[in-house]
Every structure is written in C-alpha cells, then in structure tokens.
Write a protein that binds this ligand. Structure first.
Ligand SMILES: Nc1nc2c(ncn2[C@@H]2O[C@H](COP(=O)(O)OP(=O)(O)OP(=O)(O)O)[C@@H](O)[C@H]2O)c(=O)[nH]1
Ligand SMILES: [Mg+2]
Length: 437
C-alpha cells in the first residue's frame, strides 16, 4: 500500500515525552524496566525524584510511512507532595501518559484521576492509557465492577491494559498502544499547525537577513536547592535548549556554584548555550564580585555572555533574556542545517552504491570510502536508505530490515530500482526526512 498521491516511503522524525504516573509502589519503574530491558526485580527500592529513559523506536504509519520516534519516558516518584511542587517541570510538554494502578489496592485506581488532572492542566489533553498492574496476583484482585464503571465514566476514551511487570503479560501492548496514539496526536497537531489553525507563537526572534523565527518558549524556573537538583536532575534538564545561570553579586559563592549547576545540565542536555546573570546589581555597594571572580569565570565559561541585572529595577533583564533566547534559536537552527547536510550525505552514499551496480557495497567498504565520516553516521544513513526503499540488503531489492549497527561488516547493500532512479536524477525531496517539532 502506498500513501495517497505520493510515491515511496516517507520518514517522519519526532521527539516524544511520555510520562508514567500513579501512586507509590504500583509498579511504574518495574513496567519500564520490563518493557525496555526485559528485566524484573522483586525488590522495592522506590524512585527517588525522577528518572528519564530515552529510547529510539520505529513506528509504522499509514501506507508505508515510518515514524522515527525519539522517546523520553519520564518515570516519576508517585508522591503527592512532589507532584504538587514540581508539576510544571515534570509535565510540561507531555505527549502521552500511562496511568498505573495496582490491582491489589483499589484506591490506587481512584487516585489516577488526581494525577491526570494535574497532567491535563499543564500539558492539555493528551492520549492516556490506564494500566492495571500486578495481575499475576489475580487472587488478590481488588478491582471489581464498581471500579470499572467509575473508570468508564471518568475516562471514557482511554484504553485499559491488564499487565504484570513480573511475568511481562500485557506490557508490550500497553506501551505500543500509548506510543502509537501519541505519535498520531503529534502528527495531527503538526497537520493542524500547517493548516494555520494553531499558531504556537510566543515570541518572534529576528534572524539573519529578514527571516523571523516563531518560537514557543518555555522558561523553567527551578528551585536553587542542591538536594533537589540531585534528585530531579533528569526530569528537570532533559531537553533543555538554553540556560540562564543566575548568581547574586552580594554572595560570591553563588557564582562559583554555577559551575556545579552547569555540569549537571551539560551531562543531561549536552552542550547548550549558556548566559550568566549577575543579579541584584542595584545593590552595587554590596558588590562582592571582583577581578578574581571575573578571571575564574572567563576560564570556566570562555564563551558565555555575562549580564549585570537587577530584577528590582529591571536593568539588564531584557538583554539577558533576549540574548539567551536568540543564542538558543541559533543553536536549534544549526541543528537543522546539520540535518540538511545529512541529506546530502545520504545521497552520496546512494550514488556510491548505485555506481557499484550488481556488485553492491559492503558496510566495511563504505567505512573506508567515507573515512572522514563517523561510522555511526554512515550506519544511520544506511538504515534510512533501506527504510526509504532506495537500498536493499539483497540484489533483488526485497525489503528486509536489519539495523546496520547490528549487522556484520561484510553485510552488502544494493541500490533498488527506486534507488537507481533517484541516483540518476535526484529530485531533492525523495530522500528527505521530515522533522516534526
Ligand atoms: N507481583 C508483582 N509485583 C510487582 C509488579 N510490578 C511491580 N511489582 C513490585 O512492586 C513493587 C513496587 O514497584 P516499583 O516499580 O518500584 O513501583 P513504582 O510505582 O515505581 O514506585 P515509586 O517509584 O515509589 O513511585 C516492587 O517490589 C516490585 O517488585 C507486578 O506486575 N507483579
Ligand atoms: Mg518508581
């Protein structure tokens, strides 16, 4: 089957945030461990704060189209006080939810509603799946017709799953369903925004020339507490695209401690633009930051712009924010340019292999042909070309898929008829991978 009016496969790349919510001890961490690592532990340690499990998945779409989803599963501690304090950084940008209860404890089902209310308030209406976990203990099953009726009333459209993280039963189904519903929701949103109905404009940023970026920006204001940072580092900083590190001119130690914050952010989000704000400069008489601190700063953060700000008078504030915003936008655009250059590289690989005719080319030969390119990148593009049906692992062009990273070095690739045609007269969009944001 083919997508309407279009020849060939389309690859659509996207990022997804899926959160697991529910009371303590219901089995959120266990379900993730089972799904991602096929592992189960009887022991209960409890999640301290939150963890993020990133994973890459290929999801089949209508026709032959494929979604390449980079999914971050957020596993949060099922603690009400924590949810109350950190709801915004936890749930902002959520695109799918698995709400988990424990069949042995009916109250954990009813409390799902509180979790969902908080998520919906911050992330809006997103796909939800309800998971009844621990069904291996069916003898202790405390969820009957009354609970089921309540559920249908409160969540009329949510699919339900009977799972056991212990035996694995139902786990795959729960995750696959919520992933595919979330992918559909993200694509539907993309279609809506292309048709101009949804306009996520919060800010316009001027770019080089007359271009304008419309940026939907979320500012995260986090508590400056080290114990909190330690416990919640992953859910707080995952996906960060820019940082404004703030110190207090009256307390020089707050400048030095910026380094600890930045180390944690960099570990989780990678290198992102940073700005450093020296705040409270209206109290310049109390200024405790001198040449020594400035020298240290230049050494530790050679490229970071600094700002003298006063939240009280407003001085420098606009400048600090607009600088960090425009640097973050630049960094994102640079990533986009990198993805265009991968398209060019994808084409070069195809040309090379098509040029080999019936001989095809082995993975190892490609590594030595494209020495300047990292093997990981070569393998990624080989996979993309197979997904796009321009290459095949068989001279007859039959579509089978083996990840290049898992195939031996002698594995050979051949150009398919479609691949040969594209190699002869590339039209540009045939090897395109659409990035959905
Ligand atoms: N029998 C059985 N036990 C399970 C199952 N899933 C989890 N458990 C056990 O239940 C306990 C709690 O599991 P966790 O995955 O840590 O629960 P959680 O929801 O992540 O808890 P918090 O992180 O504290 O919010 C552990 O002792 C698990 O071994 C299951 O399907 N069957
Ligand atoms: Mg847990």
């Amino acid at each position: 089957m083919r997508g309407e009016g279009r020849e060939g496969v389309r690859i659509r790349k996207m990022q997804l945030k899926i959160v697991l919510v529910g009371e303590r001890r219901v089995g959120k961490t266990s379900l993730l461990e089972r799904y991602l690592k096929n592992h189960f532990s009887e022991e209960y340690t409890g999640t301290l704060g939150g963890r993020v499990y990133p994973t890459d998945l290929e999801v089949a779409l209508d026709g032959d189209d494929i979604a390449l989803a980079h999914i971050a599963f957020f596993d949060l501690m099922g603690e009400h006080s924590v949810r109350k304090v950190f709801a915004e950084p936890f749930f902002f940008g959520t695109q799918g939810v698995l709400a988990v209860c424990d069949v042995e404890r009916p109250e954990t089902l009813h409390l799902i509603k509180d979790w969902m209310d908080v998520v919906a308030k911050i992330a809006g209406p997103v796909p939800v799946g309800i998971v009844f976990n621990k069904i291996d203990r069916a003898d202790a099953m405390a969820i009957g017709p009354e609970e089921t009726a309540w559920l249908r009333k409160e969540f009329p459209t949510a699919p339900t799953f009977m799972t056991s993280a212990r035996t694995g039963q139902g786990v795959e189904d729960a995750f696959t369903t919520i992933i595919s519903r979330s992918v559909d929701a993200v694509l539907a949103k993309g279609r809506a925004s292309r048709s101009g109905r949804v306009y996520p404009t919060d800010l316009e940023v001027a770019l080089d020339g007359d271009d304008i970026a419309l940026a939907h920006i979320a500012f995260f204001d986090l508590m400056g507490e080290h114990s909190v940072r330690k416990t919640f580092a992953e859910p707080f900083f995952f996906g960060t695209q820019g940082v404004l590190a703030v110190c207090d001119v009256e307390r020089p130690e707050t400048l030095h401690l910026i380094k600890d914050w930045m180390d944690v952010v960099a570990k989780i989000a990678g290198p992102v633009p940073v700005g450093i704000a020296f705040n409270k400069i209206d109290r310049a008489d109390a200024m405790a930051i001198g040449p020594e601190e400035t020298a240290w700063l230049r050494k530790e953060f050679p490229t970071a712009p600094t700002f003298m700000t006063s939240a009280r008078t407003g001085q420098g504030v606009e400048d600090a924010f607009s600088t960090i915003i425009s640097r973050s936008v630049d960094a994102i655009l640079a990533k986009g340019r990198a993805s265009r250059s991968s398209r060019v590289f994808r084409q070069r690989i195809l040309l090379f292999i098509a040029g080999r005719g019936n001989l095809g080319a082995a993975k190892n030969e490609l590594f030595s042909e494209f020495k300047a390119v990292l093997p990981a990148q070569i393998m990624e593009e080989l996979d993309n070309l197979v997904r796009l049906e321009a290459l095949a692992l068989d001279p007859s062009g039959t579509k089978t898929f083996v990840k290049a990273a898992e195939a031996p070095g002698t594995t050979r690739y051949w150009a398919t008829d479609r691949g040969k045609r594209i190699a002869e007269s590339p039209k540009g969009d045939e090897l395109m991978i659409e990035e959905i944001v």
